[in-house]
Design a protein around this ligand. Structure first.
Ligand code: NAD
Ligand code: UFG
Length: 336
């Protein structure tokens, strides 16, 4: 059996990836310091799949933790998801983001090099693009000056991975640029579980639906978009997980690969709110609020390359995403 080490595997996206890894016959070994997640997510992954996840509660910045993990397990490749991801917090605490995301990735890469495990999938983001330029982003679209320290960590790590491959082309490195992941596993057993006030749109909507928040503040109603609200490319987290499984096949080749993972379907904030209402037969209170600093008006993915080279395509609709997000939240009003 091929074992995949998933850093950050107890988190929102990581737990969904573990489900797909186990369902597809891979071994899932998770390393997570639980700074933004719960061990219960992994128990739920085991409940869904009927298979075991091997868990190491450890920080990717801890060199010694990798000695044990790589010595005790035969690791085929790594899906590297561990990192801090709150854009606003990164503006206030840039050093914490550089240390955790960039510093942690260096420690991980050194451990992988030492053990000659030279296969990695990296969780990158659409934030690496110049988001004030083209609206439909291809992998070849201009990269930008990220608008936050968080975004900068993703750009720097992509550059580090590019340099590592140039220095030693035995590596197989796949950089996946996620657009806006939402939704949850259809069982409602795992899902997004933000601490405190949600920064992102979908968990905010579900918390309004469950009665924890009064209304959604729609950040800006005067953008140059059809209804004046910002437009993004929302992708179901299970489609994203499937993209990782397809990307693992690239581990059979050496190379540096980059793919957008999005649906290619642009949706405005108001369209998402209305899709949520339709999918769940609920009413969501909302009000137009001032713009949020740093938001681009509109961007979405051209995901053709992942289709052509990985045979991957997102299949779930915005209604599926809204229904599954609500299924998770309504069954787990207080998270894990
Ligand atoms: P998440 O916070 O739920 O998951 C990240 C996990 O990493 C958490 O379980 C956290 O405890 C763990 N972690 C953080 N620092 C660690 C460290 N030093 N050592 C060990 N574990 C550590 O976030 P997510 O939404 O699941 O995101 C996963 C990855 O995908 C992140 O790298 C994120 O930047 C990236 N990404 C997310 C989005 C999104 O919208 N959710 C978009 C683009 C990219
Ligand atoms: N929004 C609201 N109200 C809210 C929350 C969000 O109107 O309470 C709006 C935002 O202004 C934006 C849209 O909903 O127009 C989506 O916002 P999110 O915060 O859910 O997502 P972003 O597109 O801002 O950010 C995402 C990821 C980041 C990544 C960024 C760029 O969360 O990790 O895309 O790719 F950096």
């Amino acid at each position: 059996m091929k074992n995949i080490l998933v850093t950050g595997g107890a988190g929102y996206i990581g737990s969904h990836i573990c489900v797909e890894l186990l369902n597809q016959g891979y071994g899932a070994i998770v390393m997570d310091n639980l700074c933004n997640s719960s061990k219960k997510a992994l128990a739920r992954v085991e409940e869904i799949t009927g298979k075991r996840v091997k868990f190491y509660e450890a920080d990717i910045r801890e060199k010694s933790a990798f000695d044990e993990i790589f010595t005790s397990n035969d690791i085929y490749g790594v899906i590297h998801m561990a990192g801090l991801k709150a854009v606003g917090e990164s503006v206030k605490e840039p050093l914490a983001y550089f240390d955790n995301n960039i510093g942690g990735t260096i420690v991980l890469l050194e451990a992988m090099k030492k053990r000659r495990v030279k296969r990695m999938i990296f969780s990158s983001s659409a934030t690496v693009y110049d988001l004030g330029g083209e609206e439909c982003l291809k992998e070849t679209s201009p990269l930008g000056n990220s608008t936050s320290p968080y975004g900068r960590t993703k750009s720097v790590i992509e550059q580090m991975l590019t340099d590592i491959y140039a220095s030693d082309n035995v590596w197989s490195i796949v950089m996946l640029r996620y657009f806006n992941p939402i939704g949850a596993h259809k069982s409602g057993l795992i899902g997004e579980n933000p601490k405190g006030i949600p920064n992102n749109l979908m968990p905010y909507i579900t918390q309004v639906a469950v009665g924890k928040r009064e209304r959604v503040n729609v950040f800006g109603g005067d953008y140059n978009t059809p209804d004046g609200t910002c437009v993004r490319d929302y992708i179901h987290v299970m489609d994203l997980a499937d993209g990782h499984i397809k990307a693992i096949r690239k581990f059979e080749e050496t190379g540096l690969f980059v793919y957008n993972l999005g649906t290619g379907c642009p949706q405005s904030v108001l369209e998402v709110i209305h899709a949520f209402e339709r999918a769940n037969d609920l009413q969501i209170q909302y009000a137009i609020a001032p713009r949020r600093a740093g938001d681009a008006a509109k961007y979405y993915a051209n995901a053709d390359k992942a289709g052509e080279e990985l045979g991957w395509k997102a299949t779930r609709s915005i209604e599926d995403m809204c229904r599954d997000s609500w299924n998770w939240q309504s069954k787990n009003p207080d998270g894990y």
